[in-house]
Design a protein around this ligand. Sequence first.
Ligand code: F6P
Length: 413
Amino acid sequence: MNQLTGACIIGQSGGPTSVINASAQGVIQTALREGCITRVLGAAHGIKGVLDDKLYDMGQEDMAELDLLQYTPSSALGSCRYKLADPDLDDTDYKRILEVFKKYNVRYFFYNGGNDSMDTCNKISKYMQKMGYECRVMGVPKTIDNDLNGTDHCPGFGSAAKYIATSCAEVWQDAHVYDTGTVTVIEIMGRHAGWLAGSSALASRIGCGPDLVYLPEVDFDMDEFIASVREIYERTGKCMVAVSEGIHYADGRFVSEAETSATDGFGHAQLGGLAAMLANEIKERIGAKVRGIELSLLQRCGSHLSSKTDLEEAFLAGKTAVEAAVAGQTDKMVAFECDRSNGYSCVPVLQPLDIVANIEKKVPRAWINDAGNGLTDAFIDFVLPLVQGEPDTPRENALPRFARLKKVLTTDM
Ligand code: F6P
């Protein structure tokens, strides 16, 4: 293996998580220690920062503030949803990226994101190879959606799952106080995959789980939904429902899509408003008192409920990416191989970017009950190890002390 000497760039992309900055910390602090990495640059707003030559010199940050990154939710460097064109149709962006890479002698590129970001990472990797520019490109996984292919699970998911299960259990307590009837609908993120909404069922292990759970893996039928809610409500006086934002009818139309028409850079519909919409439907057709709750951004930035396991694995993913790249690896994403047969163990492995980019991993149908409105024990046993442990979050005036980065932009001409 030849030693490759040069600068590195780390970028964050897509929707943030409560532990994505632990991965950034893993990349930045490991890269700062590697002799062959001459400079550590942070891209402002992911690949857009490279295109705009807006790069932070991470070497100028205080080490103590970098240490706090792991307790700081959301993307500290800024994120983006920017789709690179097919290079055979339009290579403008790629030429610009190569120009910026050459300007700073960038020989290592770490991109921290989910499906769409791995598409970006893969395209850049292949373009650099095609142009004969030696640069080691590594994907660092993150997504609360847990839908990346080739890995047991994704950093960010365990913490969001813990937030969701805890919030559902807390709401369950509140939703059961009155002696009058109530229906509660909780809307959970996850777009096309139901891992997050399914995690609400973890609350059932402590006796406070939702009565019904709806995932995008099963076609939604409004009449069947109303019938199931009615049956539970009439029998018990209460009904708590967890729904994925991505539930859709058999013809593919999102149940919530009517509420919003905005799309992001990758053409994904901006989902939301589903809880309120279903609450209205229930109120009109059943006549119950209904509350619709959208967990929205809280579920992906709620670092006060982060999982220590998730946080440590997120850091490990970043650290592994740098160590593997320095050791000669490129064109890969860090993935996890886990064993749950005797306790829980997790080791980082590398997967080719080709098998990761643009493939969405769904909840297996066998882990959803036959009626399509609940989860099996196999699902819960899969998720439970990922939510374990509480990080020792630093505090200031009883509030979390997040990292305060200087974010010094490079001024190279
Ligand atoms: O990145 C994952 C995710 O959090 C999805 O669960 C959600 O649908 C989407 O991002 C929301 O994206 P945005 O923050 O761009 O509205």
